[in-house]
Design a protein around this ligand. Structure first.
Ligand code: AMP
Length: 552
């Protein structure tokens, strides 16, 4: 028997309509550096989304599933593109502005982007690439920046505001199939070609509902979310869509991502929530320690993208900002787990802190299993470590197109199991009550004499030393043991801890056989395009003899 229920497609258009009608007075505030921030309501945004869609359709000839790319900071215009392209049936492609030039070119060509909406301040990055971007017919430039960089450029150049000016403020949005592509994002993978993940209207809709659940971010229209995680990094973790469902106000930092302006915008705009990777929070913590500010409104901080060091969580707790740790990937939209402790644990207890440090619990929409080295399924006993595999309503089942984007989906064996689950490449355990603890990326695990050493455990232990600002641990070849850990340490300004002291400190926290023999001080840990430790670079620096290593 079929159900008697209506079958209304789950679309980004519905999220937009709802935000504009029901939460029309909620605001998107964009930081401008100097002077007043720029403010626009959801209702005003809705009108401009319609105008942008008219411009894309009537003036730039966007049809069907044409790709509309953005090379933008987090700001109100970027949110407009987030809704206009998918609602008109096209595909939004967010470009990562921190990728090396060749990768950016490769991605634009692979996705066959026809239009790039670009912030003026990013023209120095884009202009030199234009000769290689044959598919791009139009550039739409928004915000301050030197337009003369585009003199003689081949794509037609348009001013964002001029293009949308005078266009109708409503749009007769098409009926869409919910399984249709709405947005795409390439993985920031540090090996091989980037891989395109294509989100459907349905996956975005369901993911947004999950983001809004109390067990996830649980925000309401009384909240303002400081969206630091870039809109090109997995759709800013789904926040622009989720906020339009619930009327959460958005505070957008634009290009002002340094610790000092972030602290200033928190003090003056008084957000209640913020989301970013640990690197950003480490920087903000140092800033707030050096120059204290009133950040008392910011009581909920979502941290993900890399493991949250316990020392960071503790320091933020002390500042009254409660960290909520979460795990996800480009392939998982990204929300995979959120670390909200179960009801029975006592608030403030060690047990609660331990739960908060895990990557968290899976929501109903994400099924998980752990696979051992021989392909066997491992129990959820909190001890058996294996590769995490997931499947669900907002999890990728393939990548976009073959090498020449020929329309055939890509399902590499190392990324998808035979029965269609996503192999995350993350290694960890799951407790009987469903909490995930990641010990490493499969490729970062240190295999020493047949035993595995978790680089994350060593890093967390090191970063809890008061003199250590950052620490990354990587596997390096060792004649006797196969691999051994190399500790790369960034010391806090003015501190002078020596390696013996740090090793003795570690010895109190990890098993003796795990203690690194090789140590080096670096000015900063190399970072990937989305701000994570770039261990591939560290391993190469070591192999090339570029690090000054002390053997203890
Ligand atoms: P990306 O697709 O760039 O977001 O990278 C996804 C990867 O980031 C995951 O597969 C994990 O290895 C890592 N990651 C994300 N969140 C966490 C977390 N909370 N703890 C540890 N690793 C994380």
């Amino acid at each position: 028997m079929l159900s008697t229920m209506q079958d209304v497609p789950l679309t980004v258009t519905r999220i937009l309509d709802h935000g504009v009608r029901v939460h029309g007075t909620s605001q998107i505030t964009t930081w401008t550096g100097e002077g007043d921030p720029h403010r626009r309501t959801f209702a005003e945004t809705g009108a401009r989304v319609a105008q942008l869609a008219h411009a894309l359709h009537d003036d730039l000839g966007i049809r069907g599933d044409d790709r509309v790319a953005t090379l933008m900071w987090n700001n109100a215009e970027h949110v407009e593109a987030y809704f206009a392209a998918p609602a008109m049936g096209a595909v939004l492609h967010t470009l990562n502005l921190r990728l090396p030039a060749e990768q950016l070119t490769w991605i634009v060509r692979h996705a066959a982007d026809r239009v790039i909406i670009v912030n003026g301040s990013l023209l120095p990055l884009l202009a030199p690439l234009l000769p290689g971007l044959e598919t791009v017919e139009h550039l739409v430039v928004s915000g301050p920046g030197d337009r003369s960089l585009l003199d003689g450029a081949r794509p037609q150049v348009h001013e964002y505001e001029d293009l949308i000016a005078g266009k109708p403020t409503t749009y007769d949005w098409p009926e869409l199939d919910e399984r249709q592509a709405a947005a795409m994002c390439y993985t920031s993978g540090t090996t091989g070609d980037p891989k395109g993940v294509v989100y459907s209207h349905r996956s975005i809709y369901l993911h947004s509902m999950q983001v809004n659940m109390t067990q996830s971010m649980g925000l309401t229209d009384a909240d303002t979310s400081l969206v630091v995680v870039p809109q090109f990094h997995v759709n800013a973790w789904g926040l622009p869509h989720a906020t339009f469902m619930t009327g959460v106000n958005m505070l957008m930092p634009d290009r002002f991502l340094q610790p000092a302006p972030l602290a200033a915008m928190i003090e003056s705009e008084r957000p209640t929530h913020a989301a970013a990777v640990p690197t950003i929070w480490q920087g903000l913590l140092a800033e707030l320690t050096a120059r204290p500010r009133d950040v008392s409104t910011l009581t909920q901080v979502t941290i993900g993208g890399s493991a949250c060091p316990p020392s960071l969580m503790k320091a933020f707790d002390d500042l009254g900002m409660r960290v909520c740790h979460a795990w996800g990937m480009t392939e998982t939209s990204p929300l995979g787990t959120v670390a909200r402790p179960p009801a029975h644990v006592e608030p403030g207890s060690d047990e609660e802190f331990a739960y908060r440090l895990t990557q968290g619990r899976f929501p109903a929409g994400v099924e998980a299993r752990l696979t051992g080295p021989g392909g066997e399924q491992l129990p959820w006993d909190g001890k058996s470590a294996g590769e995490l595999e997931v499947r669900g309503n907002w999890i990728a089942g393939a990548y976009y197109g073959g090498a020449d984007a020929d329309g055939e989906p890509l399902r590499p064996e190392d990324k998808f199991s035979e029965d269609g689950w996503l192999k995350t490449g993350d290694v960890g355990t799951i407790s009987p009550d469903g909490f995930l603890t990641l010990t490493d990326r499969a490729k970062d695990v240190i295999k020493s004499g047949g035993e595995w050493i978790s680089s994350v455990d060593l890093e967390n232990a090191l970063m809890s030393h008061p003199d250590v600002a950052e620490a990354a641990v990587v596997a390096v070849p060792d004649d006797k043991w196969g691999e051994r850990p190399l500790a790369t340490v960034v010391l806090k300004e003015g501190s002078s801890a020596d390696f013996e002291t740090l090793r003795d400190f570690l010895a109190e926290k990890v098993a003796k056989w795990q203690l690194p023999e090789r140590w080096t001080i670096v000015p900063a840990v190399p970072k990937t395009s989305v701000g994570k430790f770039d261990k591939k670079v560290l391993r190469k620096q070591y192999a090339d003899g570029d690090l000054d290593v002390t053997q203890l």
